[in-house]
Write a protein of this length. Structure first.
Length: 146
């Protein structure tokens, strides 16, 4: 198992942060990491996600939305065609700190036999990509909250 965990504080409400996070249609306008998502944030929906990592890699995968708790949490789970080879659960958590301030948690838990082989590259490439997305989300949400 491998976990990548990033966090950032955002000066905006949970509802405004949620609005931007779940507005998949507008991801290409602001998100440097998750460039596009086809699908909707509803439990059971299969998404098609296009990634561009900070290391310049482009990837596409098709996870299924597993949890949607409005203004609070969004999760999706993706797995390889070969059971137990490479799986990932992507998790976004919005914790309200004050009326117009939230703590945003962005993480992914990777499992499967391939994780032991590529774990270090996940650390470098994905971690930085998560940070870049968090920074862009913060900027977008705070601009909209003005």
């Amino acid at each position: 198992m491998k976990e990548i965990l990033t966090e950032i504080d955002i000066n905006a409400s949970a509802s405004k942060t949620w609005e931007v996070l779940t507005d998949f249609r507008n991801f290409p306008q602001w998100n440097p990491f998750i460039c596009q998502i086809d699908g909707t944030p509803n439990v059971g929906t299969k998404l098609k996600i296009y990634l561009h990592t900070s290391g310049g890699k482009n990837r596409t995968y098709q996870p299924t939305v597993t949890k949607v708790e409005s203004n609070r949490e969004l999760r999706w789970y993706g797995k390889s065609f070969i059971p137990g080879f490479f799986n990932g659960e992507h998790i976004f958590i919005i914790d309200s700190m004050e009326t117009n301030r939230v703590h945003f948690v962005h993480k992914e838990i990777f499992t499967g036999i391939l994780v032991s082989v590529i774990g270090n590259s996940l650390d470098k490439d994905m971690y930085q990509s998560f940070i870049e997305m968090n920074d862009a989300l913060k900027q977008r949400v705070e601009q909209m909250a003005i």
